[in-house]
Design a protein around this ligand. Structure first.
Ligand SMILES: [Zn+2]
Length: 417
């Protein structure tokens, strides 16, 4: 008897096929034809329900899950529930909470509420620590998949070079985050933040990073890229890149009209830059799509535009927003899987993830591609119950999330947990 038997549509290359998938002890034990006879303790039979499809579990390699003194914005329970209900099986957290996660002691404190049973797998990047010894200890920690470097860290070039060598020896990655780049004092006028935080400074940051890390052998990743020219620069330099749905679907006019609800870092770009980024997506330059989930309290987001913090929740909208590109024929299902699961797994070095293959970890997501639903932030598991995408009618709602053979989330109507 298997632990879980799924019967229904699965993603197969550029299409979907009916199949039977068996799971035991956290591993996919077999993929068979739809008529294969097998029993499971949990039987998920969707052969009649044409609307569901099983996809490799979504891996989000850049989210801000907060915690510690920012637990009022998000904590382990709310953040990982949001990831699970968003169809995400592995989430990688940024170090920028309060205090920043750049020592093993702070990391261990945070892990107390972020490593949970029956929840998506939690990993993080460490911030740049004060000493080489601390960098070594962080680099060796099993929950740390790399380091995240922000522009001000580049002032300490020696430390960055040391970290690059340390990380190169462990096979992990350095994530470079250009969010705070700006060319001058910011005017912070809704609709115009992109002028001071321009794509030119984004490109200069990329060039500088590539110079610093050249010859160190480290794997470099640039997160939340906003423009095609930056993407190409990074890719030609041998790095990997991600972007987020809001950079592909919103522009600076949304910032102008929605104010803080669409205030993010880096800021939303003019329409022609957004079109260029979508072209880069279609051309296959982008390796991963991340939520860049950055929750703040409703009170904080209600402050005046120049005082309210940048960032929006994204864990629970990632899949449906990206499924829109499949629905409208912009990218194929195979490309969707590459962007949300296979590509992220390769960047992180997570073996076996990103496919529905016997022997792989049974971390899988079932999504509803047959019915539209309305994005309703009031239903978010995240503490940040707002979204610039509120009210949108989309397909691709995550319906059930399996993490290493455990069902960590299922829609009420499926009644599986
Ligand atoms: Zn971020």
């Amino acid at each position: 008897m298997e632990d879980i038997v799924y019967k229904g549509k699965i993603v197969h290359g550029n299409t979907t096929v009916l199949a039977t998938v068996t799971i035991s002890n956290g591993i996919i034990t077999g993929v068979y034809g739809p008529l294969h006879s097998v029993q499971g303790q949990v039987e998920l039979d969707f052969t009649e329900e044409n609307k569901y499809v099983l996809i490799p579990g979504v891996i989000d390699i850049h989210a801000h899950l907060m915690g510690l003194k920012y637990s009022y914005k998000e904590d382990g329970e709310s953040g990982l529930s949001a990831a699970g209900s968003g169809g995400i099986v592995v989430v990688v957290d940024s170090p920028n909470t309060l205090p920043q996660v750049k020592s093993v002691s702070v990391l261990e404190e945070k892990l107390k509420s972020y490593v949970r049973e029956n929840a998506p797998e939690y990993y993080c990047y460490a911030g740049v620590p004060d000493s080489v010894e601390e960098a070594w200890m962080l680099a060796k920690h099993c929950r740390v998949l790399g380091f995240e470097v922000i522009p001000e860290d580049l002032e300490n070039i020696d430390m960055i070079s040391n970290i690059a060598k340390i990380v190169a020896s462990t096979g992990k990655i350095i994530v470079f985050n250009s969010a705070q780049m700006r060319s001058s004092e910011e005017r912070c006028e809704a609709g115009f933040r992109w002028i001071d935080r321009s794509i030119k400074v984004e490109r200069e940051y990329i060039k500088r990073v590539l110079e610093i890390t050249e010859d160190t052998g480290v794997r470099v990743h640039f997160t939340h890229m906003t423009c095609r020219s930056g993407v190409l620069l990074a890719k030609i330099g041998g790095a990997t890149v991600d972007t987020s749905p809001h950079y592909l679907l919103l522009d600076c006019d949304h910032e102008k009209s929605m104010k803080c609800l669409a205030k993010v870092d880096p800021p939303l770009r003019p329409e022609d830059i957004v079109e260029g980024l979508v072209e880069a997506l279609i051309e296959g330059w982008i390796d991963a799509i991340t939520s860049n989930h950055t929750p703040h309290s409703v009170d904080e987001k209600s402050l005046e535009f120049n005082k309210c913090p940048p960032g929006i929740p994204g864990l629970e909208t990632l899949i449906p927003l990206m499924w829109t590109f499949v629905e409208y024929g912009v990218i194929s299902i195979k490309e969707f899987v590459n962007l949300t699961s296979r590509g992220p797994a390769e960047i992180l070095g997570l073996k076996g993830y990103g496919s529905i293959t016997p022997g792989s970890p049974a971390s899988l997501t079932i999504i509803n591609i047959g019915e539209e639903f309305t994005i309703n932030p009031a239903e978010f598991k995240s503490k940040a119950k707002y979204s610039p995408f509120k009210g949108l009618r989309l397909k691709g709602k995550p319906s059930l999330t399996i993490v290493k053979g455990n069902i960590v989330f299922s829609e009420d109507e499926l009644n599986c947990i």
